[in-house]
Design a binder for this molecule. Sequence first.
Ligand code: ZN
Length: 381
Amino acid sequence: MSLSLPSKINTSIRMSVAKRKLESRKIDLQDGNPLEQWGLAKIRNDIKNNKELKEEFGQREIDRDLIKEYKLFKFRELLAYVMENSPYYQSLYADKDIDPSEIKSYEDLERLPLTEQEELANKPYHFLCVSRKDIAREFTSSGTTNMLKRMAYTQGELLEIVDSVISGLKMAGMDSKEDTLQIMYPTITATWDPGLVLSKACDLAGFSSVINDSVGAHDQIETIREAGTTIIIGTSSFLYELSKQVSELIEPGELGIRKIICSSEPLTEEMREVIESAWGCRTLRQWGMTELGLANAIECDHQDGFHLNNPDFLVEVIDPKTGEILPPGEKGELVVTTLRRKCMPLIRYRTRDITSLIDEPCDCGACVDQRICDIERWTDN
Ligand SMILES: [Zn+2]
C-alpha cells in the first residue's frame, strides 16, 4: 500500500523527531564502550533535568558509587510513582502492610515482596500505570514457561528500547558506513517481532539491514553476497544449525562476516565454537526478556559477561529459596526492576534465570557498569 503525500510527510517528520531524540546516534566510538556511553548520557540528562538529582549529584563525577546512589534514587522515585498509579503494587504493598516510603537503602529492598511471573500473566492490566490511550504497542510472549504475558509500552518507551538496541549494535562493532546487518529470525507469530524492532533500529541509526527468514544455508549465503552483509543476528539454535550447514559450503572468513550475535536462547561454549569456526569470526550472546523490553544485555568482544542497559535496570541476585540478596560473584536468581518505565513498570521481577553479578570494570574499557555472568537456566525469551 502506498502512503498518501500528507502521511508520507507525517512519517518523515516523526522519523526526524525520533532521530533527534536518539542518544545512541550521538555516541562517538572513540569515547569508549558505546553501550556504557549511552547509559552515562542517559544518567547525565536525568541529573540535568531533575532538581533533586542536580542538587545531590550535579557537582560529582559519575563513578560506580554515584550510579548506585542514582539507581536507588530512581528506585524510590518509582515506588512513589507506582503508589500513585499502579493498582497491582498499591494492593500488594497494602496487603503486606508495607510503607514504600520507608525503603531508603539497598538493604531495605529485601523487605519488598518479589513480583512473580504468574501475577503478570494472570492480571496484566493491574500493572498498567497510564491510560489506555497512551499505549503505543502491546506485546505478548509465552516463553518456555507457557505463561502468556502481555506487556504494553508507550511511544517514548519504544523509542528508548530502539535507542538501546542501536547502542548494543554499536558495541557489537556495527558502524554506519561499511556494515550491513542480516536479520535471520524466523517469521514470528507473536506480536513482538525482534526482526522488525531491529530493522526499525537500523533505519533510525542509518545502518543497512536486510531480513531473511529462510532456513536454507544456500539462500542465506546468497543474501549475504548480494547485500554485502558483515554482521548476522538470529536465535542461537538457528545460527548453530545454519553454521553446521555453512561449514560444508564455505571457507571460514570467505564471506567477510565480522560478527555474529546469538539471541533469544542459551548458547553453550561448544555451540559458540562451532559457529565461530564456520564463519571465522567472533560470536556474541545477547540476553533479554519481552517483559523487560527484549534487548536488555549483550556481550562485548571480550565475552566476559553481559553488559546491561545500565540506567534502565536495577538488578539483584537473590537466593531463590530464602529471598536473601547475594553479593557479586555469588550465584542465584536474577531479579530486575525497570527503573525508567512508566507504562507497566516491574519492581523486583523474578526472571527465573540463574546468574551472578560482576561488579568490576571490563577489559573492553567499560569501567562503571555492572555486568551479569552467563545465564544458566534460560526460561524465557
Ligand atoms: Zn566489556
